[in-house]
Design a binder for this molecule. Structure first.
Ligand code: SAH
Length: 352
């Protein structure tokens, strides 16, 4: 049985090379070749040694999931439907930011968390993605970008905010992050990668010891326990009071902070009083607040507040000395915005 190449960290590949009496630089060479050259310029030839070519051919499997359809919106956001080897499908989104891009990756097929405002949760949980399926989303999108938009093909940020709860699939997400930041691999800066969690405590507890130095974001959405329970059922098992102290231990270095995402739902969690409570709770922490106006989807039970409301809430947060931004909604016409990913909408949304 061949090993999936895109599941290997550089360290794994060095160990494999060692077992075949190849020097460690062969692994770096191979990593560099596949991640920086071959995937982007498919015709270039390499000069691996004879034995390295044998390992490449006989022991490694380079297959990738396929882009089966995509939808482009007027604002240049692109939603990709990606089909995995077993026929399961996930979505990934390319979000433009000036001449660069953020890629939003999925970590699971469906999701177990069943948050009451999220379209993905309605799909139920099918399975975890493997590392090579996570890295495969990135590579396929990078290739598409290079081919279709060659003038502005740089991917700047990666966010684990697609389908799934990334910390529920800790091992695969961790290894994908290692490959993304490896200088011989995809070479992204750690602070350009953000893993967003609904507050999955077992993963947060492992983070400090095991995760590479990437950013953490918590889907907060309410500081009132009963309300957070009703939005994120996981809160009943791992309440905020238990999560926050663990989370605050994560950021490394002076400039790092925890991002708290606050989904704003009209007449549910958008009162000034609630935002004052949020300000009081977070005011002395290394926190950055990202307000996300709710993105509706077919059958959703919440509503999106007006812009005035959102900007008033931002002012209140800032009055506590906390930095806050409002997430601009991109790609909502093609159901590619946060919480709108659910491949069952394929027929309505995808171009064929
Ligand atoms: N499971 C992870 C990552 C996926 S969701 C998490 O919970 O953080 C990524 C972000 O989109 C989260 O902050 C999530 O709360 C938000 N989101 C989910 N549904 C949404 C919707 N309908 N409108 C706007 N944001 C949504």
């Amino acid at each position: 049985m061949k090993m999936p190449f895109y599941a290997l960290s550089l360290e794994d590949l060095v160990n494999l090379a060692k077992a075949h009496k190849l020097p460690p630089q062969t692994s770096r060479h191979m990593f560099n070749w596949y991640y920086k050259k071959k995937n982007i310029f498919p015709c270039v030839l390499h000069n691996f040694s004879f034995e390295a070519q044998r390992v490449e051919k006989e022991l490694l499997d380079f297959s990738l999931p396929a882009i089966s359809s995509l939808a482009e919106s007027e604002d240049r956001t692109v939603k990709f439907l990606i089909t995995l080897a077993d026929g399961e499908r996930v979505e990934a989104v390319l979000i433009p930011f000036q001449k660069k891009y953020t890629v939003c990756l999925s970590s699971q097929v469906g999701c177990l968390m069943k948050c009451s405002f999220c379209f993905t949760g309605e799909q139920g949980f099918k399975r975890h993605l493997k590392t090579e399926e996570i890295i495969g989303q990135f590579i396929q999108i990078q290739r598409w970008l290079k081919e279709k938009r060659p003038d502005d093909h740089k991917i700047l940020n990666v966010v684990f905010m697609g389908q799934g709860e990334p910390l529920h699939n800790f091992d695969a997400v961790k290894k994908a992050c290692e490959i993304l930041i490896c200088q011989w691999g995809l070479s992204l800066a750690g602070h350009k990668i953000t893993v967003s969690t609904a507050g999955y405590l077992p993963g947060l507890l492992r983070w400090k010891q095991e995760m590479p130095d990437v950013n953490v974001a918590l889907s907060l959405h309410s500081v009132i326990p009963e309300k957070r329970d009703s939005l994120i059922p996981l809160n009943r098992k791992y309440p905020l009071a238990e999560i926050l102290p663990v989370l605050e231990q994560i950021p490394q270095g002076e400039k790092r902070f925890v991002t708290y995402e606050y989904l704003v739902l009209k007449d549910f969690n958008d009162s000034e009083d609630e935002i004052h409570q949020l300000g009081s709770l977070l005011k002395d922490k290394k926190a950055f607040i990202n307000l996300i106006p709710f993105n509706p989807y077919p059958g959703s039970r919440y509503q999106r507040p007006g812009d005035d409301r959102i900007f008033r809430l931002k002012e209140i947060i800032e009055s506590y000395g906390l930095p806050a931004t409002v997430r601009t909604t991109k790609g909502h016409k093609i159901l590619a915005a946060c919480g709108q990913l659910n491949h069952q909408t394929e027929k309505e949304v995808y171009l064929t």
